[in-house]
Ligand binder design. Sequence first.
Ligand code: C2E
Ligand code: SIN
Ligand code: SIN
Ligand code: SIN
Ligand code: FE
Ligand code: FE
Length: 393
Amino acid sequence: MVYHDEYTIEQKIKEDPTPEEMLRIIFDYTAKIANERHLDNVLMLMANMGREMIVSDRCSVWLVDKIRKELYTTVAHGVSGIRIPLAAGLVGHSIAMGEPIFIDDAYSNEPYREVLDNGALATDRKTGYRSKALMVVPFRNNDGDIIGAYQAVNKMTVSETFSQKDLEYLTLAASYAGKSLESVQLHHEIEETQKEIIFTMGEIGESRSKETGNHVKRVAEYSYLLAKGLGMGQEECDLIKMASPMHDIGKVAIPDSVLKKPGKLTEEEFDIMKAHTDIGYGLLKNSTRRILKTAAILAYEHHEKWNGKGYPRGLKGEEIHIYGRITAIADVFDALASDRVYKKAWELDRILNLFIEERGHHFDPRVVDTFMEQLPKILKIRDDYQDIIEDHG
Ligand code: C2E
Ligand code: SIN
Ligand code: SIN
Ligand code: SIN
Ligand code: FE
Ligand code: FE
């Protein structure tokens, strides 16, 4: 699609949509957006939806990149994908305040003179476009954090200014955008993360026979159930589920003679083994991806104990990240419920007794209580993801 910059407001006077037209716009676009998994396309559809709803000349959807402290949009009307500093411009201003901004004429507006002069008006000077009415509406994700904003430029009806109704419509579009963009971004992030993991593993240059894939799935599912049971938000639960399979990634660097030893480890061997926490952390900590950052915490802290007697740092109580306290239980439950090269699986009663004994010692008491509450679901996961045959050769 090509957007022409040359048309002026005078050339294209339009009407606000009737209520029936408004409904059609909303239904058509939300149906398309729900089926779209590519961030670029979702942003474009949202921009188009916003533009049709409020009859603006241009509309763009900006997202916050928290790490780089930038705003970015992949495509927008009149602009190709760009990044700007978060602090710059009207959009950044609106996001910082958490409030919509409404401007009738960019050239005579006083309160935002400086912001406009460096933003929209500076762009006008370069492109010859004439910005007049501007409106920015920030939007939030399911956790209530502001993750981006809608920006509309120039009202195409005779009024040439945005109305209170337009603000309400764009706010409606924005509340929908916040919810759907989060799931697209998560999807995007999963793909990027997968690429990064493959790369990281390749760098290590090692292909080790790992514990079965089902083991990794179970730890992920248990961690998810515990996070849910603790009342954590959906997004965070998903994050923990995606990151927890990587908690033992540092084991790739542990020699086979230790990792696969059929019997009990000596003290020296166990010291070598303990390094898998620091090694995993070292591999993951520099990533900017949320999933890998979470995985770095898990790798580092899943062997810490509530009473301070764990490793590698001997953290105590709530000094241990809640993610670490969750995956500690998921990991030990699965280790005990499965055959390992060095031990047979334990009976359920024996495992539960250990958890009761270790409540407030090895494990966070709250997480143990949650584990007990979630036990039926946890046992269902264990049964659904059974290891068919374990080959310990
Ligand atoms: P893993 O097999 O995934 O076990 C994870 C954690 O589950 C262990 O962390 C421990 O807290 C718990 N766990 C596993 N098996 C038992 C058990 O028989 N009794 C009790 N009370 N707890 C158990 P830990 O001890 O820090 O071990 C970390 C990793 O070191 C283990 O991961 C495993 O890969 C390795 N490892 C530990 N002990 C031995 C051993 O005696 N022989 C071999 N070959 N590897 C061992
Ligand atoms: C994107 O541009 O699609 C993602 C940007 C980022 O995560 O840094
Ligand atoms: C903004 O004003 O924040 C967006 C950038 C621009 O319109 O130049
Ligand atoms: C693995 O991720 O390869 C093993 C996980 C575990 O032992 O808990
Ligand atoms: Fe471990
Ligand atoms: Fe483990």
